[in-house]
Every structure is written in C-alpha cells, then in structure tokens.
Design a protein around this ligand. Structure first.
Ligand code: PMV
Length: 322
C-alpha cells in the first residue's frame, strides 16, 4: 500500500494543496457502486492555515455557517481545536465538475491532519470523503480519492493493487491505480454552475425506474472495459467508450444544451468527448485528435466554453513546504 512519508507532529501555520480531477468513465453510476475511471488534473486548490483570534475562511467570519465543506472539515478534524484563519486559493473553476470541492476537502484534511500529528494516505482518503459527503449529503468516494491519490485511479474496478478502501454506511469503494496512457486531454467549462447533490439525486430517481438496473449494468460494462482500455493504451477503443458513456449520461438526464453545443463544437478536432462530473452544466472532457489540440481549444472557446489543456497530475494532496 502506498504510504505518505512520515509527518512529524507539527503545529500551525502550514499550507497544503490538492489537485482537481476529471472523470473519464462512470460518474453517477459510481455513486451506486459501479466502477469509475478518474484522474487528477494539474489545477490545484491551496490552503494556508494558522491559528488566530477568530475562525475565518478567506476573511469570512461566518464561513462555518455559510460553507458546508469548511464546517464539516472543522467538525471532523478540528473539534475542540483553537480558532483558525484559513485562506484558500484555487485555479479549479467552482461548481464545474472538476473537483474543486474535493480538492478543498482534501487540502483541509492534509493541513488539519498534519497539524495534529500526521495522517496516512488511506485515512486521508476516508477523511476527505467524509468532509465532502458530510457537506453534500450524497456522493461517492471517487472525487476525493482521485485528489488524494493523484494520477489515474479506478474506483471499484481495475486489476492493479488495492491502494485503499473508503467506507460509507451504505457502501464501500475500492481504489486501485491505473497506468497513465500519457495522452493530452482537453476539458472545457460550460460556465453553467450546478449543484452536484441535486444532479446525483435526480439520477438516483431515474435509476430506480424499471429500466434502471439495465442502465446501471450498461454504465458498469462501459467503465469496466474503459478502465482496461485506458490501462492498455487502446486509444480507439477508449474513444468509442467515451461516446457510449455520453449516450448513457444523456439517457439519465444530466446533459445540458450548453454541454451538447460544446460536444458538437469539439467533434471535428476530437476523437471523442463527453460531459465530466455531475453534468446538468459543468464541464466536458475531450480526447483531441492528435495534432489538433490547439484547434480543439479554439473551437471550444468559440463555442463559449472555457477550455483547458490538462495534464494528469501525479501529485496527490500534500503539504506545501515553504
Ligand atoms: O461534478 P462533480 O465534480 O461534483 O463530480 C460528481 C461526480 C458524481 O459521480 C456525479 C458524484 C460522485 O460523488 O461521485
């Protein structure tokens, strides 16, 4: 099992950061126990934590009331601790399906865990999940595991060694490493914000319809084969499966006209594209046609998206040394 280097007991101040994430296969279905493939991306959220006379987040003294992630982080990892001043900066667009809440949760878990003597990576994955789930009320361990682990990860799938297991009352998620095929990916934010919890609940209702089990089985089949194909570097097969996964996401009602417009704009310069994350707004991910990466970015920007070329980040959530 992968371990964090030992962290000496240390006090505050300290700083930590965690990457965002991009889901390639299996969002939504993963909430119901199906496999997912996700990778950490090279956009980060960084937090700076120090003791102070009052508890604040980015100067907001009402943050524990206003920000559920901040509140659940403090309740879970800082109960009885002194007041802290937290500053958070992020390059991950918010409510975009790119893991900003998971990154904030994991960065807080690293900092508060380190301040109280250190925390190993499996525990960090569990704590980060509890912060995010506590704030959102629903969801899987996929996002928080991705930003804790870095690189490509299979949730409830794959054949690599088990990195860790995350548990909720009703479910268990097993996390395994998948080899990075070394491809360039492009994501584009539609600019339409949405609430993950609402989308997850709507899909849950859709999957409880009579054809729900059949749909979930198809999500599972696509993700199992997608995890294998990414690990084996089979690009054409991955592209087919990305398109199939998008059809399923449409079918469960989480596409959006703005996302469809971006997918359409991407088509001439991409081998495949789908929404990524909760959908109903948020972002798409595309596998560019080799040599057409810049054209793809231009097309997505012209269609009104905010595109990023993303490289998988091998760095999981960690302390940032001064
Ligand atoms: O849109 P995001 O970044 O919140 O990702 C949500 C992914 C879901 O599978 C829809 C929910 C989850 O918790 O796994």
């Amino acid at each position: 099992m992968e371990e964090l280097p030992p962290v000496p007991a240390r006090g505050l101040p300290l700083s930590s950061r965690a990457p965002g994430k991009c889901i390639v296969f299996g969002e939504h279905a993963v909430v119901h126990g199906a496999p997912e493939l996700v990778f950490a991306i090279d956009l980060y959220t960084q937090v700076f934590v120090r003791t102070d006379a009052r508890t604040r987040l980015n100067a907001d003294e009402e943050a524990t009331a206003r920000n559920a992630y901040f509140r659940t982080a403090l309740e879970g990892l800082w109960a009885g601790g002194p007041s802290i001043d937290v500053r958070a900066i992020s390059r991950i667009p918010r409510a975009a399906g790119l893991g900003s809440s998971a990154a904030f949760s994991a960065a807080m878990a690293v900092a508060l865990g380190a301040a109280t003597g250190g925390i190993d990576r499996p525990t960090l994955a569990q704590r980060s999940f509890e912060i995010e789930r506590g704030a959102q009320g629903v969801g899987s361990a996929g996002d928080t595991s991705a930003v804790v682990g870095g690189g490509f990860l299979a949730i409830n799938g794959g054949s690599g060694p088990l990195l860790w297991t995350v548990r909720a009352d009703d479910r268990v998620w097993e996390v395994r490493r998948v080899a990075d095929p070394g491809w360039v990916w492009v994501v584009a934010h539609s600019g339409i914000p949405r609430a993950t919890g609402d989308a997850v609940r709507a899909v849950g209702r859709r999957l409880s319809a009579p054809d729900g089990p059949e749909l979930l089985e198809e999500f599972r089949r696509v993700a199992v084969e997608g995890i294998r194909a990414v690990g084996a570097g089979e690009r054409a097969r991955v592209a087919e499966l990305i398109e199939r996964n998008q059809e399923l996401l449409r079918e469960v009602g989480v596409s959006h006209p703005r996302l469809e417009a971006l997918l359409e704009a991407a088509r001439p310069a991409a081998e495949a594209a789908k929404l990524t994350g909760a959908g109903a707004g948020g972002s798409i991910v595309a596998l560019p046609t080799p040599g057409k990466e810049a054209e793809l970015v231009r097309r997505l920007a012209r269609a009104g998206g905010l595109p990023f070329v993303v490289r998988p980040s091998t760095e999981g959530a960690a302390l940032v040394e001064p």
